[in-house]
Design a protein around this ligand. Structure first.
Ligand code: NAP
Length: 264
């Protein structure tokens, strides 16, 4: 197909689905995908095909980008907890009449033997930890750790892709006030990037004697082993429920999103 006849598809990414979608669309001669990454990590995985990095400047900036780049459809494949960009995408797409779909992978479901304490915010997760639940394993990334700062009565192991650091507060929901070496002694850091296997997670849980784990209900396979280990070791999980999903069209898989695209 003539390059000019290809439909340009903007993928809002930063998730496994975003990377997989870029690969699938790039392999299809009908489409020219452009992936968009927020640019949070210093060595991000690069998507297949064209990509751009950094915020658009709110819904207006995104609407402007859609028009300038002649985008035929917008696929919001951002992480289920990336709420601002999803809402911006809705507003932007509506304002310029661009078709949009959201991919939201299924949530993790509680299973027999699980001891989940479900909460609706990071602040409530911090309050849900009683002191005897330390050391607690925080698998919430590095951007929202500040919510646990007041808990000097419990020790934490915080797992993130890279160290917390002072960054532009405008680009973050909650800016971290300190670099790693400035955090109180009860905060320990582990740097690692998934996927994480059951075996490795179990070793980690035992090595540090975790008494509780705090996680967002992100869903997916890459990070679920910790829940299986917690169940097997009878460890409570403080589970942060997902924010409300957009009312607009939402699917769970990339195949469903591709079907939608083909039927436009
Ligand atoms: P957020 O709070 O929804 O977004 C904050 C701002 O960052 C947005 O308003 C937008 O800036 C910019 N932004 C976010 N995602 C973008 C993208 N894909 N392309 C261009 N700009 C983007 O998002 P977040 O929770 O900080 O997450 C940032 C990225 O990390 C997302 O792409 C998400 O898929 C990925 N991620 C998030 C989590 C999580 O737990 N939140 C976990 C894993 C991966 P402008 O308003 O200037 O356009």
């Amino acid at each position: 197909m003539n390059a000019l006849m290809k439909k340009t598809i903007l993928i809002l990414g930063g998730s496994s689905e975003g990377f997989a979608l870029a690969e699938r669309l790039e392999a299809n001669s009908a489409y020219h995908p452009i992936s968009s990454l927020a640019g949070r990590t210093s060595l991000p995985r690069k998507p297949v095909g064209a990509y751009r990095t950094g915020g658009f400047g709110g819904p207006e900036g995104l609407a402007n980008y859609i028009q300038t780049e002649n985008i035929s459809a917008l696929i919001d494949a951002t992480h289920p907890f990336a709420q601002n960009i999803s809402s911006n995408a809705n507003q932007a797409a509506k304002s310029v009449n661009c078709p949009i779909i959201h991919i939201s992978r299924p949530e993790w479901q509680k299973q027999k033997g699980d001891h989940w304490i479900e909460v609706n915010s990071m602040q409530k997760a911090a309050l849900a930890l009683s002191p005897e639940l330390g050391p607690a394993f925080l698998t919430i990334g590095r951007l929202e750790l500040s919510a646990f700062l007041h808990r000097n009565d419990i020790s934490f192991f915080c797992r993130a892709i890279e160290p917390p650091k002072q960054t532009d507060p405008k680009k973050q929901k909650i800016s971290n006030p300190m670099r790693e070496d400035e955090w109180p002694d009860n905060f320990n850091f582990i740097y690692a990037k998934g996927p994480f296997s059951y075996r490795d997670e179990k070793t980690l849980f035992k090595q540090h004697s975790f008494k509780a784990i705090v996680t967002k209900n992100s869903g997916g396979e890459k990070a679920r082993a910790k829940l299986d280990v917690a169940r097997d070791l009878n460890i409570p999980v403080i589970m942060i429920n997902r924010p409300k999903t957009p009312d607009d069209q939402t699917v769970q898989t990339i195949d469903e999103a591709l079907n939608w695209l083909e039927n436009l």
